[in-house]
Design a protein around this ligand. Structure first.
Ligand code: S3P
Length: 435
């Protein structure tokens, strides 16, 4: 579906109360742990996106029965830690890096062989960051020069180890912890900067003894997972597009309802506030063990900032949206220490720099960041490179551009944000299919 194109036209003000779909990271993990648990788990608020549907299909191919009831609900009949069965065919993770990396860890501990494959974008992404430490735990893999397909040679006894991650990555941490469930002894992961801790929290919720604090997690093999009820919060990374959109469109006021506010996810909130955004956190509560709240965002005049590098891991998926905010802010915004953006669903530094440059914005790209000179965005034509977050970011840019922006290759928005176009138009976007 490379030919799905959007046209985003100047519009606004944006108004309304929106509920964005369930969190992608939590939904992937819930399926995996529920599948390995003893008993039947219920997942509510599940993201009905292509990425998480791929993970559901993989778990089903491995013998887990998953019932889909009303939208956002899954009932998972766990097979127990040692109950997965060989699929007898390749397991397709689609576009999902999280799915593939976590499943690599999970499958490394099985008695049988498996092969994980992905789409064109995922097939270019580095897997050595998980297979190298997993190999040190005793696992065995064949990859294409560190890229998918990932063949997992099962039946290898795993042993725990202490591992310091070279880059902050929740996916790598999670893969090692999932392999650690099957390992003899203790698996410890130490991070250079704390990353999202959903795997740790969810393992605890499923009854696995685990010791964790920001930047460190430790568990031992040989326990069991017990089925539980998982409530998935609305995805902060999806809410992020609307936080930026309402901030930059004059007269706007939006409420994003019941959004997950895990502190390892909310870097963009801090970054936008540093830029002068008007965002208030209301009705704070806890759901499924995660902090949630309503976010009220009103238009504000944004100023460029030097983004503190310490915020980078806490907003790793929000840079495409931040670049749009920076492009209309007063003055320049400096991003550094964000080289990881080059190995996401696309090279996001290049995709945003080139896209904005094509719309008349001055962006100086560097190996690990960019300087974005705020001003105005012209109408024009950009390529999302099949990256969901790039497509949605340019949809926001179209709201404040001098003319419509045509965005190519938008089908992958369905990986993380089904219904984006409808929700956006409901609150005041002018987002249409382009011919
Ligand atoms: C994720 C971790 C991050 C993030 C991705 C989801 C996760 O990736 O970019 O969208 O669910 O663990 P890295 O671990 O590669 O930083």
């Amino acid at each position: 579906m490379k030919d799905l194109k959007w046209k985003s036209s100047p519009a606004g003000p944006l108004r309304g109360t929106l509920r964005v779909p369930g969190d992608k990271s939590v939904s992937h993990r819930a399926l995996m742990l529920a599948g390995l648990a003893d008993g039947t788990s219920r997942i509510e608020g599940f993201l009905e996106g292509e990425d998480t549907l791929s993970t559901a299909a993989v778990m089903q191919a491995l013998g887990v029965r998953i019932e889909a009831g009303e939208p956002g609900v899954r009932v998972v009949h766990g097979v127990g830690l040692h109950g997965l069965q060989p699929a007898g065919r390749s397991l397709d993770c689609g576009n999902a890096g999280t799915g593939m990396r976590l499943l690599t860890g999970l499958l490394a501990g099985q008695a049988f062989d498996s092969t994980l494959v992905g789409d064109e974008s995922l097939s270019k992404r580095p897997m050595g960051r998980v297979t190298t430490p997993l190999t040190a735990m005793g696992a065995s893999f064949t990859t294409q020069d560190g890229r998918p397909p990932v063949q997992i040679h099962g039946g290898r006894p795993l042993h725990g180890m202490a591992y310091t991650l070279p880059v902050a990555s929740a996916q790598v941490k999670s893969a090692l912890l999932l392999a650690g469930l099957y390992a003899e002894g203790e698996t410890e992961v130490i991070e250079p900067h704390p990353t999202r801790d959903y795997t740790e929290r969810m393992l605890a919720a499923f009854g696995w003894p685990i010791d964790f604090e920001p930047g460190r997690a430790r568990l031992s093999g040989g326990h069991r997972l017990r089925a539980t009820h998982v409530v998935v919060p609305a995805d902060f990374s999806s809410a992020a597009f609307f936080l930026v959109a309402a901030s930059i469109v004059p007269g706007s006021e939006l409420v994003l309802a019941r959004v997950g506010l895990n502190p390892r996810r909310t870097g963009l909130l801090h970054a936008l506030r540093l830029m002068g955004a008007d965002i208030t956190v209301e009705n704070e509560g806890v759901s499924g063990g995660e902090a949630i709240a309503d976010l009220r965002v009103r238009h504000a005049r944004l100023q460029g900032v030097e983004l503190p590098e310490a915020l980078v891991p806490d907003m790793i998926d929000e840079f495409p949206a931040l670049f749009v905010a920076a492009a209309v802010a007063e003055g320049q915004t400096v991003v550094r220490g964000a080289a990881e953006l080059r190995v996401k669903e696309s090279d996001r530094l290049a995709a945003m720099a080139r896209g904005l440059q094509g719309l008349g914005v001055v962006v100086e790209e560097s190996p690990d960041g960019a300087v974005i000179h705020g001003g105005s965005i012209q109408g024009g034509h950009v390529d999302s490179l099949g990256d969901h977050r790039i497509a949605m970011s340019f949809a926001i840019a179209g709201l404040v551009a001098t003319g419509p922006i045509q965005i190519d290759d938008c089908a992958n928005v369905a990986t993380s944000f089904p219904g984006f176009v409808e929700l956006a138009n409901d609150c005041g976007f002018k987002l249409n299919l382009a011919g």
